[in-house]
Design a protein around this ligand. Structure first.
Ligand code: GDP
Ligand code: GDP
Length: 436
């Protein structure tokens, strides 16, 4: 996984401006459909041949004045735990504040490399004035203008030098990766522990340098997997926004890395926006998806219909994701924990499934018979043929006249028929329509 560079500092010093500059964000953001990326405060950067993740810790701070100080102190703590390099941003326009002093004190007491970035050094005069920040006790200062970009290149040169050495590619065998994700306290670490104790699974640590997810090797029924465990986030954190912020950053990094994402829910807590965001994110990256309803042992009044009712409830929250399998487990008692792995295995196989072109053409013929395509601007829409251009994850290409005229409901019809015919349980399907 990429190393992490966190940006810390009090409000209004220019953290988010610097963040946008470092990730080279363009104005238009793709994939904003579901509000997945709107409030995203982490992004990928590439400089001098190195990839790294940049995190803007200012993102989720509470608004109330009295919690800001506590919130910032805690964010700095979390940043120290969660990142490889810290950018401490201050502001020449407003000078040194007591909050800057206290952040500096915290950062000087620890080992992670810290860069004191003096922002808003927009001209020579301001850059000269930046020297006052030497009094914060760091060896170097880095005057920049986040708005114009001046100084940020020199800063990045130095930051990249301090990143941990790249992990050798061969260190980890190329087994399918299963990521356990979910809100804090849903039982991610308990599931890991139970799998460790199960005599049907063999779990061994993979020594590595990443700190924000712990990868383990798991063998089950003769097959090998890498388990990406996102648990273990500092439980000491008190400010709720901070915990959520870092678990979001971690979760999204784990999702990107995984083949299958197992979203864990606490069956006694229900489903919220954060869970929805995780599912959307997994779907956007075309990952296999499984939902595990945990703490089934303490669900009251279990009868045979209860799991069905849970299915209905969850699918009502994400109506386009009925293809995602939902299983009930208890990480605590070990009940059905192996089913998490066997269901993930099924999804891994489904994701690799390949449908031949003749099969697809029969499929289309049947499809058009069942529901005719509409006439648009006096011309009948036609799908000539389709090809699965890729598997793992699957991508289907449909060749037709006027693809831009294809009604969205017909598109959904094709997807549901594809699933009816070929399964693809737990697997997002990409469909593209091209002019023939
Ligand atoms: P954050 O709260 O630390 O994330 O700060 P923002 O990035 O939102 O910036 C706060 C204000 O400072 C905004 O009005 C920015 O336009 C301004 N700002 C940010 N960087 C610079 C800079 O390099 N020069 C100047 N003059 N203003 C800046
Ligand atoms: P994480 O933050 O997602 O890693 O969650 P933990 O594994 O630390 O679990 C949070 C709490 O829920 C702990 O007190 C666990 O003992 C409890 N817990 C986890 N799984 C189960 C379960 O299946 N049943 C019950 N009753 N409690 C559970």
């Amino acid at each position: 996984m990429n190393p992490t560079v966190s940006i810390v500092g009090r409000p209004n010093v220019g953290k988010s401006t610097l963040f946008n500059r470092l990730i080279g964000r363009r104005k238009a953001i793709v994939h904003d459909e579901y509000g997945v990326t709107r409030d995203r405060h982490y992004g990928e950067s590439f400089w001098n041949g190195r990839n790294f993740t940049v995190v803007d810790t200012g993102g989720y701070l509470p608004n109330e004045e009295d919690v800001i100080t506590a919130g910032i102190r805690e964010q700095v703590h979390l940043a120290m735990d969660e990142s490889d390099v810290i950018l401490f941003v201050v502001d020449t326009e407003s000078g040194i504040s007591s909050l800057d002093q206290s952040v500096a004190n915290m950062l000087r007491k620890q080992e992670k490399p810290v860069f004191l970035v003096v922002n808003k050094a927009d001209n020579e005069q301001k850059t000269m004035e930046a020297v006052e920040f030497y009094s914060l006790g760091f060896d170097e200062i880095y005057p920049v203008s986040a708005i114009s970009g001046t100084g940020t290149g020199d800063l990045l040169d130095k930051v990249v030098e301090k990143l941990p050495p790249e992990e050798p590619e061969s260190n980890e065998p190329k087994y399918p990766k299963i990521a356990f994700v979910g809100r804090p306290n849903v039982g991610k670490s308990s599931l890991m522990n139970s799998l460790l104790k199960s005599d049907r699974c063999l779990v061994t640590d993979i020594p590595g340098t990443t700190r924000d997810s712990i990868n383990s090797h798991l063998e089950y029924e003769g097959k090998n997997y890498i388990i990406v465990d996102t648990a273990g986030l500092r439980k000491k954190a008190k400010v709720k926004e901070n915990i959520e912020f870092y678990s979001t950053v971690r979760t999204n990094r784990a999702i990107k890395e995984a083949d299958v994402v197992v979203l864990m829910l606490d069956a006694n807590q229900g489903f919220d926006d954060q869970d929805k965001r995780i599912l959307r994110e997994a779907e956007n990256f075309n990952k296999g998806i499984v939902i595990a309803l945990n703490k089934w042992d303490i669900v009251p009044e279990k009868d045979t219909n209860l799991l069905k009712e849970f299915h209905t409830y969850i699918y009502s929250k994400v109506p386009t994701m009925k293809y995602v399998p939902i299983i009930s487990i208890s990480a605590l008692t070990g009940q059905r924990i192996e089913k998490v792995i066997s269901t993930a295995e099924k999804v891994i196989q489904e994701r690799k499934k390949e449908i031949s072109t003749p099969q697809l053409n029969n499929f289309i013929e049947a499809l058009l018979k069942e529901r005719a395509l509409p006439v648009k601007r006096g011309r009948k829409l036609k799908i000539q043929y389709a090809v699965q251009v890729k598997s793992n994850p699957p991508v289907f290409k449909f060749f037709m006249n006027n693809p831009q005229e294809l009604p969205p409901n017909y598109r959904r019809f094709i997807e549901s028929k594809l699933r009816e015919e070929y399964g693809f349980e737990g697997v997002p399907i990409t469909m593209v329509f091209r002019q023939k």
